[in-house]
Design a protein around this ligand. Structure first.
Ligand code: NAP
Length: 174
């Protein structure tokens, strides 16, 4: 199993503003959708709330310390005998865990976990020896309130692909 941190970062390290993305780059979003489709994704509470919906065709997992207080768009959380979840009916569901330790008990051996942010969860997983980074390096600087943590001392670039408005860059642990 690998942890893949998937993020988009401006030249000044900004990744978010007012619980959303400060840029609008359709090609980057389409690429994100294609890469994450069919996989298991992890987001933390604020990022899910900012998004306000369950991402279709993916196994959705959320971390929060307070499951009862969360609401994703029109859907509140519910408690079942197997724990907390958001049940979106035909829109799918979000499994909810209150710690990384609890989450790890529910992952399959051969399953990669895509870490989709925000900044607190990136910080935690950057330290993990099983992590890689798939970073959309957005051309230009943006105003924002959330930043991608420093990773350059621990990681080395392995590939770079220029795209419209950003570079798609992979990093692995040194
Ligand atoms: N550009 C990108 O690639 C990208 C990707 C993702 C997000 N973003 C942006 O980043 C911003 C959101 O990031 P953020 O750093 O403010 O928030 P975040 O990391 O999404 O969420 C933080 C929340 O996660 C929960 N949490 C933190 N540590 C935990 C732990 N040890 N165990 C369980 N739960 C824990 C807490 O929820 P509770 O308070 O409920 O306990 C905490 O308030 C938004 O602007 C978003 O658009 C950008």
């Amino acid at each position: 199993m690998k942890f893949i941190l998937v993020a988009a970062m401006a030249k000044n390290r900004v990744i978010g503003k007012n619980n959303g993305l400060p840029w609008d780059i359709p090609e980057e979003l389409a690429d994100f959708r294609a890469f994450t489709s069919g996989k298991t994704i992890l987001m933390w509470r604020k990022t899910y709330e900012g998004l306000g919906r369950i991402l279709p065709k993916r196994r959705n997992i959320m971390l929060t310390r307070e499951p009862s207080a969360v609401r994703i768009g029109e859907f509140p959380t519910i408690q079942t005998e197997n724990g907390w979840k958001v049940d979106g009916g035909e829109k799918g569901e979000i499994e909810i865990y209150t710690s990384v330790e609890e989450l790890q008990k529910h992952l399959w051996e051969d399953e990669d976990l895509l870490i989709l942010g925000g900044s607190e969860v990136y910080k935690l997983f950057l330290e993990n020896p099983l992590s890689e980074i798939r970073l959309s390096e957005i051309h230009g600087e943006y105003d924002g309130d959330t930043y991608f943590p420093a990773f350059e001392e621990l990681y080395i670039e392995t590939s770079r692909e220029p795209k419209e408005g950003y570079d798609l860059v992979w990093y692995r642990r040194k």
